[in-house]
Design a protein around this ligand. Structure first.
Ligand code: NAD
Ligand code: ZN
Length: 372
């Protein structure tokens, strides 16, 4: 049945793909997006904005506007956020205001006034976990903290057991793992998730938190130097520069296609099994950052090489891969994409995007703030 749906951040990378799918399914979609200039050059509407959706330019911090939009929304997908781990360590207010403040405003609007919202689904993040889960040959399953700066200075990259100091083996991270955020961005996403589930349960408004792992796909801003390792590497390759890889490049992440993220959102909207729960959304498969760089260089046919710096960034984790048993079992989620399968589409799309050369400035900012 067709529904009235509000997508905050619907002009962004993930939000816009979600909007497309909702429109195909026959829903009436309203987008609320500020067109943050860090993501949308000169705050211009992106060319991929779906013309069948109603576009409202505005901020989730505008209470009056939200109250108006919520009046006839039955489902809300909250994707709006400012996204950048390193940047959040020196622009604290910007992250707290938009991500925590924006969500607080949305939740207050949801409970205080008349509206017809039946469900709220929010974009949460794997960054809230901090380090992933590991296994120790002596101690079994362990949850280590961030590696010490001293260890990183010695270029010993792998995580050690907090009990017996043995080198650990990464294993998939489950939703049960304690959230041990290590950046202001991660803290803002964790807080957003906790506030949402708390208000949802208290007022019996079905709420769902989807903890996205590392999302990739077309439309991920190639000009936002603060986030999205694949987009950053593509920017560098297009500028004929080498992808800059920290540590030894063997750190791994779970890269998940934006199409699979959309699938998870649709399942969460449709199934009551999702209500009041948090779910990992990933593939369960590790890819190292070095592998990613080499794959991109190979497919673009570029002459650049992977620049493994053996430097480190404060706050970086070593490995975190999703355990997706819960979302598979409860919602029937099944990842259907892989980087290899999607890469050609992403490269074709990237050819249509004009890129600026702004990575150096972002790196300079991290160095200035003593984060590299
Ligand atoms: N991309 C990833 O790998 C990833 C991983 C985990 C979680 N997430 C989460 O997914 C969501 C979408 O991320 P994305 O990668 O599509 O980022 P994006 O930057 O492409 O999209 C975010 C959109 O939100 C808008 N926005 C920002 N602040 C706003 C505000 N105050 N009011 C209204 N609109 C605002 C921006 O203009 C932008 O269009 C975010 O909540 C992010 O934290 C993303
Ligand atoms: Zn041990």
């Amino acid at each position: 049945m067709e529904k009235n749906i509000l997508v905050t951040g619907g002009a962004g990378f993930i939000g816009s793909h979600l909007v497309d799918r909702l429109i195909v399914e026959g829903h009436n979609v309203t987008i609320l997006d500020l067109l943050d200039p860090q993501v949308h050059p000169n705050s211009k509407k992106p060319p991929f904005l779906n013309k069948k959706a109603r576009f409202v330019k505005g901020n989730v911090l505008e209470t009056k506007l939200l109250l108006k939009l919520l009046k006839d929304a039955e489902i809300v997908f909250h994707q709006a956020a400012v996204v950048g781990v390193g940047q959040s360590m020196y622009k604290l207010n910007y992250y707290v205001e938009n991500n925590i403040g924006g969500t607080a405003n949305l939740l207050e609007a949801l409970i205080n006034k008349e509206n017809s919202v039946k469900k709220l689904i929010i974009a949460s993040s794997m960054s809230s976990y901090g380090e992933g889960e590991y296994e120790c040959a002596n101690c079994g399953r362990v949850f280590p903290k961030l590696r010490e700066i001293k260890q990183l200075k010695e270029k010993k990259w792998e995580v050690k057991c907090p009990n017996c100091n043995l080198e650990l083996k990464p294993i998939p991270t489950t939703e049960e793992k304690l959230l041990d955020s290590n950046s202001i961005y991660a803290i803002s996403k964790k807080t957003q998730e906790e506030m949402t589930l708390n208000i949802g349960k208290t007022y019996s408004i079905p709420t769902v938190a989807l903890r996205y792992f590392n999302v990739y796909g077309t439309r991920q801003s190639l000009n936002n130097p603060y986030t999205g390792v694949m987009a950053i590497f593509l920017n560098l390759i297009k500028n004929n520069k080498s992808p800059v890889v920290f540590e030894d490049g063997l750190q791994t992440r779970d890269f998940v296609s934006v199409y699979d993220i959309v699938q998870a959102n649709i399942l969460a909207m449709k199934s009551k099994n999702a209500d009041y729960e948090s779910f990992n959304v990933g593939t369960g498969k590790p890819t190292s950052i070095k592998e990613l760089s080499e794959l991109l260089i190979k497919f673009t046919g570029s002459k650049v090489f992977t620049n493994i710096t053996y430097k480190f960034r404060k706050g970086d984790i070593r490995h975190c891969i999703a355990d997706i048993s819960k979302i598979k079992l409860r919602l029937g989620f099944k990842p259907e994409h892989s980087i290899e399968k999607n890469i050609q589409e992403i490269l074709n799309w990237s050819k249509t995007v004009k890129v600026t050369d702004n990575f150096k400035n972002a790196e300079k900012e991290l160095i200035e703030h003593d984060l590299i």
